[in-house]
Design a protein around this ligand. Structure first.
Ligand code: BGC
Length: 272
């Protein structure tokens, strides 16, 4: 078991967070860094965003570096892991977070819009999981650092089980993520690789700005959230830290829903 008495302590471990220049990914990178992990802040476009996350961690005395890569491109993902190894030697935690939305009614959705979302959200997570598993197996078990060979946390959505009109590409990608996560968990548990998911509900980030920026839109959104507030990236980060840490050492193939009750069919409180 790890040397530390604090099971949320990630000291001596390296975490790679994809899509970490803003939103949920940035929140997770900051919290894992504060828990002692060396953090790789992956970004595709926003170097400024990634650098700001790295600076905030450095100011707190944490170790972090930013690495550019488009997770939907195989050669980028291979390079991302090579650069991570060059910086920190290996990785212990992958947070597969990078994701996009491109909404359109199904009858108007272009093949490009379909492909873009599937390529980033689903294929991107597959490529990152594959490289992480290769790296965990190459490194081999180091029980003094971590009781698992490696840990993967796949950031999904409540739309892995709630259908979503006008976003057939997004819902399909998230449903795919759920069974990919569970299949990987089943495939690698005997090697002591844990694979889990988080299904966020509505979290205040750029991806859903139009649903909370304007007060009328936020009021409508709150109608779907029994807990009475829109989530913050930190709500997801706290669940990610637990799944990434050795406090959850006996948990694999599980999804934690972090949604303020959105998935509880809130309309049934009054009706049905
Ligand atoms: C989507 C958000 C949405 C939330 C709840 C997330 O996965 O990216 O746009 O607000 O699900 O519907």
């Amino acid at each position: 078991m790890p040397v530390s008495e604090n099971f949320l302590d990630l000291g001596g471990q390296t975490a790679l967070v994809t899509g970490a220049s803003s939103g949920i990914g940035a929140g997770i990178a900051l919290l894992l860094g504060r828990a002692g992990a060396n953090v790789v802040v992956n970004y595709r476009k926003s170097k400024e965003g990634a650098d700001a996350v790295v600076s905030e961690l450095s100011e707190r005395g944490c170790t972090a570096t930013a690495i550019q890569a488009d997770v939907s491109k195989e050669e980028d993902v291979v390079r991302l892991f090579e650069e991570t190894r060059a910086a920190f030697g290996t990785i212990h935690v992958l947070i597969a977070n990078a994701g996009v939305q491109q909404d359109a009614p199904a009858h108007e959705m272009s093949l490009d819009q379909w492909r873009k979302v599937l390529d980033v959200n689903l294929t991107g997570q597959f490529l990152c999981c594959r490289e992480a598993i290769r790296e965990f197996r190459r490194r081999g078990m180091v029980p003094e650092t971590c009781p698992a060979l490696g840990k993967i946390v796949s950031i999904s959505s409540v739309h892995q089980f709630i259908p979503w009109a006008g976003r057939v590409n997004y819902a399909a990608s998230k449903g795919g993520i759920m069974l990919m996560m569970q299949s990987l968990a089943q495939e690698y548990a005997h090697e002591k690789i844990r694979v889990n998911g988080i299904a966020p509900g509505a979290i205040k980030t750029a991806i859903n700005k139009e649903s909370w920026e304007d007060p009328k839109a936020e009021k409508d959104l709150l109608g779907l959230i029994p807990y009475g507030r829109v989530g913050e990236p930190d709500d997801i980060a706290k669940a990610a830290l637990w799944l990434a840490s050795d406090a959850s050492d006996y948990v694999t193939g599980e999804t934690i829903v972090v949604d303020g009750g959105m998935a509880l069919y809130p309309a049934f409180r009054e009706g049905g």
